[in-house]
Design a binder for this molecule. Sequence first.
Ligand SMILES: [Zn+2]
Length: 140
Amino acid sequence: MKPAMPGKILPQPNADTRPFWDFCSRHELRFQKCAACGHLRWPASFICPMCYEKASEWVQSEGKGTVYSYVVYRQAFHPAFAGDIPYVTAVIALEEGPHFLSAIVDCAPEAVHCGMPVELTWEDAGEGFSLPKFKPIQQP
Ligand SMILES: [Zn+2]
């Protein structure tokens, strides 16, 4: 485990997820697109869960979607998060298809709701890691 943002744990990439985090460090949210069936998958894996093809390419997400589900944390389950509560963890239904687990930021927790349009934003977490998070799309 690596300490981050004081006391928080940074991602620990493996052979499958290293490219994902490398793209994130450049503020690019990318997913693997299966070379055989076109399925876009997350989390990263060496094989397509739909057709078992191994070949894939990394395609960039537009970073837009809606809140599919969420939870408001009002208790810190790790001391490093004590200063963040209340905070929102959500499943984002991205326009490209993947359902992505992330956090909602720049928004009061009580304003978050299912179906809320959100867009990608980045949190630079140190040690070369940038974390993809989501914020509400401001309605005109
Ligand atoms: Zn496939």
